[in-house]
Design a protein around this ligand. Sequence first.
Ligand SMILES: [Mg+2]
Length: 286
Amino acid sequence: MKTVNLIAVLCLAFNPALPLTPLMAGNHKKGPECFNHDSLQATLWMQTSAEYHAVTTGIYNSAREKLILALQDPDWTASLEQSGDYQDLPPAVILDVDETVLDNSPYAARNIRNKQRYSPQTWTKWCKEAQAESVPGALEFTQFAARNGITVFYITNRDSSLDESTRQNLANRGFPLDPNRDTVLTNGEKPNWGSSKVERRQHVAKNYRILLLFGDDFNDFTYVRESSAEERNQLVEEAVGRWGIRWFLLPNPTYGSWERALRISAHRDDPKKYYEAKLQKLNPAQ
Ligand SMILES: [Mg+2]
């Protein structure tokens, strides 16, 4: 591989999951111009492939069937935070926002075209534009849930300063927003609402029976922030009866806590070292 290409694949284009990854604090600066090859393939797949369109549509279609079953079974809950006498509570579903209901691939594409990496400044600007499209299938699913009397909550690690623009973006696309209660729960909105979503799920679980959870990151379902890649895969096995039944995971190859779990974040500001650390994580055929 030519040196220029070697450097190119190391550059970060896109990481709205920054609150999940405090080790990336060094990436707040704009950083050197880069070619963003790391995100190019994944972003093209999300923006153009019929396969991405089909897989998210299929996930949300399957979820409709499970939603009906869940409604009919008062003991059904998707949330590990739900306990006590929840059987008679009104029903709710919880969805993450970025890459679960809103598609931020135009932000990634903008960064790639501009040869820039993720930065809080450009991310904030993009969020305030409130023009993200919906992930295929998400709008129809949430509207179906709302029509069936189910409150739709959005738990996002977007900063609370982006609460209003997030609400506006969801409204622009027609996502259900309950006018009588706060259903968009952002990071930092309350003192104990940090990047872990546990406290916000607990908040919803106090007053609602949580039927289904949706996200593009393992942390949208349970707290695995400190877990290694191996531990996370073990936890997936332990939750085998939940995936596709109570927990619905959308594909996101562009960013996420899976990358932090590689435990190579210390090299993130050094493109060459980061690339080499990634190579070491591969499991090649002998
Ligand atoms: Mg997300």
